[in-house]
Design a protein around this ligand. Structure first.
Ligand code: V47
Ligand code: SF4
Length: 370
């Protein structure tokens, strides 16, 4: 090592130390500092800092809920390069009828508290179709929380029906919709977005739909699709926009990093990032998003072992006990091909990690502790 190298290394170490002290002192870090953490911080330090932030937010609780996923169709007007799910890739088209979906809900066990409805963007369906679906689900099980439709689906259905985002969201809310999932955010940098999903909604539209939802009293989640062609700067830019919006509205419940999976899609030539990178990404997200209450690990995507590990890197929420209907990830090569964990298995996983299981409803009220 040259003297120049030694001076540079020690300058980086002292900057990282300054950032760490800021985090421990509950101070907000800047985008530049976020990038430095991604690039230069030791993994053990990231774990320690993320754990501190997590403790301040939720203590020792790890949340889970009882939910099911319904995917209405895989027929899509878009053709995102990372997608293994739409009919363009799977070469098989399918769509469920409203009757079929309502029947699924009628047959659910009494313990299920949430239904998550997300699918592809069907060219033939307008907002009245989707409002009717929500209404039928609500009528079938009035107590069930309906988390439905990504901003991408909402943009298309509202525009197709000649409604503004606000009018469309209000119609869905009046029909029984309770919250929006976080999908479709992908990556907010315009150039990378153009590269991986050029035709679909812009960053601006995604943020506008979530801001409008918050204004109407509809809470939402946020995601990122990471681990493909983006750089650390793009991930920070993404969470910076989310942090700014959350400062204005407070309407986000949880942030869910989604790791790019490379099977059966047009981006299969890209190698998936390592599990260490996944853990580092959870940690930096937890540290950076100081105004988000929850960081969620989507275990059907990363597998049960990784989900357990993620709890040491800032994660406090394991998505619910999902039935086997989630095709978005199994088709893209996710570890758990039949993603189902019963509540006892989830609770055991949390207890083994030294934390307190907390069954929650969809807005994080605790229904059962321990
Ligand atoms: O937006 C698609 C992602 C998302 C791939 O809000 C892929 O609680 C990885 O948003 N590799 C939809 N990811 C799912 C989603 C979600 C999931 C769980 C919980 C919540 C919530 C929301 O799935 C898409 C896209 O980013 N996705 N293909 C792939 N190959
Ligand atoms: Fe369609 Fe969603 Fe797949 Fe894009 S990611 S092609 S919008 S189903």
């Amino acid at each position: 090592m040259t003297i120049q190298n030694i001076i540079e290394v020690s300058a980086i170490e002292s900057r990282i130390k300054e950032i760490a002290l800021k985090v421990l002192d509950s101070k907000r870090i800047t985008p530049e500092e976020g990038v430095m953490l991604y690039r230069d911080a030791e993994t053990s330090l990231l774990a320690l800092l993320a754990d501190q932030v997590r403790k301040r937010k939720v203590g020792e609780y790890v949340f889970y809920n009882r939910n099911v996923h319904i995917e209405p169709t895989n027929i899509c007007v878009y053709d995102c390069k990372f997608c293994s799910y739409s009919h363009h890739q799977s070469k098989e088209s399918w769509e469920l009828t409203v009757d079929e979906m309502a029947k699924t809900v009628v047959n659910l066990g009494d313990d299920i508290t949430e239904v998550h409805i997300v699918g592809a963007v069907h060219p033939g369906r307008d907002i009245y179709y989707y409002a009717d679906l929500v209404k039928r689900v609500h009528e079938a099980r009035p107590g069930l929380h309906i988390k439905a439709y990504t901003a991408i689906e909402i943009e298309y259905m509202a525009q197709r029906s000649g409604l503004s985002f606000e009018q469309g969201l209000q119609l869905l809310k009046d029909s029984g919709l309770n919250s929006l999932p976080g999908g479709g955010a992908e990556i907010f940098d315009d150039k990378i977005r153009e590269q991986i999903c050029g035709k679909k909604s812009s960053t601006e539209a995604w943020l506008q739909i979530h801001e409008t939802a918050h204004k109407l009293g509809i809470p939402t989640n946020a995601t990122i699709l990471y681990g493909h062609v983006e750089q650390f700067e793009h991930r920070i830019h993404h969470i910076e926009l989310l942090r700014n919006l959350q400062d204005r509205t407070g309407g986000f419940n949880a942030y869910i990093p989604l790791k790019f999976k490379n099977k059966n899609n047009e981006m299969s030539y890209i190698e998936e990032v390592s599990v260490i990178e996944d853990l580092r990404n959870y940690a930096v997200s937890r540290i950076y998003l100081d105004n988000f209450a929850h960081i969620k690990a989507y275990w059907p995507m990363i597998g049960k072992e990784m989900a357990a590990l993620s709890l040491a890197f800032g994660v406090d929420d394991l998505d619910g006990t999902i039935n086997d209907s989630t095709k978005i990830y199994s088709l893209a090569g996710a570890g758990d091909q039949n993603p189902s964990l019963n509540t006892d298995e989830i609770r055991q996983l949390i207890i083994k990690a030294g934390r307190i299981p907390a069954e929650r409803d969809s807005v994080y009220n605790i229904l059962r502790e321990g």
